[in-house]
Design a protein around this ligand. Structure first.
Ligand code: NAP
Length: 240
């Protein structure tokens, strides 16, 4: 395939969507080298094309060391994120806001993408068509917020969207061939959405394989003209 990426890093490869993305990339790009990261447990998925790396995104120095260990990278895809912890779920009202939980969301949903962009900048600069794609969420859209609630998650994804937009503008000057995307996967059946699936109609609860197929197709089809876009799984633009 022309313009096929040779080197791909996928962060959050042990997550529901992340692992499905790794499997999909292995099938679609059988000649690419894939470096996938896991946090707690390395998935039992092996291939000569695939190298697993342990990475804790709450540790900036680990992100820095990881990124700087690459000389050349074509695609960087960040599928990591948090919505709830063992102690706390997303807030229903302002009284439930807990500073620690708020910062935890920012620390894992917002900051890592910027630190990854920083540490992989030189490696991406070596690519003729670098792409950075990150999983955001529709609830991070300010103009699409009709229900309220979920303060920490919403704020962290809105901040992530701003980071993506700002990075796209900077890289239009400094990395002209780059494409930077924020993607909404739709409500997908994973650990992250499990506690909140009760009111989701079955036809609106997606399987990870379906989502991985859709998201990878969008990343493949994207061009530098799309840089700074926020798309849902079907390629529809989501308003900021
Ligand atoms: N599922 C949905 O309905 C949905 C909807 C909209 C947006 N999204 C977004 O899609 C992305 C993927 O979600 P998912 O549904 O696949 O969730 P998931 O199955 O819970 O996966 C989340 C991933 O993030 C990783 N992670 C969490 N903390 C980390 C840390 N400190 N360091 C490194 N990795 C860490 C997890 O690793 P460990 O488990 O090992 O900690 C896991 O690999 C998230 O950004 C989410 O906000 C999902």
């Amino acid at each position: 395939m022309n313009n096929s990426p040779k080197n791909i890093v996928l962060v959050g490869g042990n997550g529901g969507i992340g692992l499905a993305m790794v499997k999909r990339i292995l099938r679609v790009f059988p000649y690419a080298c894939i470096h996938a990261t896991y946090h707690h447990r390395c998935p039992p998925l092996h291939s000569p094309q695939l190298t697993w790396h342990q990475l804790d995104l709450s540790k900036p120095h680990q992100i820095d060391e990881f990124g700087r260990s690459f000389d050349h990278l074509d695609w960087l895809i960040n599928c990591a994120g948090v919505l709830h912890t063992r102690e706390q779920g997303p807030e229903k009202n302002v009284e439930s806001i807990n500073p620690h939980f708020f910062m935890h969301n920012i620390q894992l949903n917002t900051l890592p993408t910027l630190l990854l962009a920083q540490s992989f900048f030189n490696a991406l600069r070596a690519s003729p068509a670098p792409k950075l794609a990150v999983l955001s969420a529709r609830v991070g859209s300010i103009s699409d917020n009709h229900l309220g609630g979920w303060y920490s998650y919403r704020c962290s994804k809105a901040a992530l969207n701003m980071a993506v937009k700002t990075l796209a503008i900077e890289w239009q000057r400094r990395l002209k061939q780059a494409t930077v995307l924020a993607l909404h996967p739709g409500t997908t059946d994973t650990q992250l959405s499990k506690p909140f699936q009760a009111n989701v109609p079955t036809d609106k609860l997606f399987h990870v394989d379906e989502v991985a197929t859709d998201l990878l197709a969008l990343i493949i089809a994207s061009t530098p003209n799309d840089s700074g876009s926020f798309w849902d799984y079907s390629g529809q633009t989501i308003p900021w």
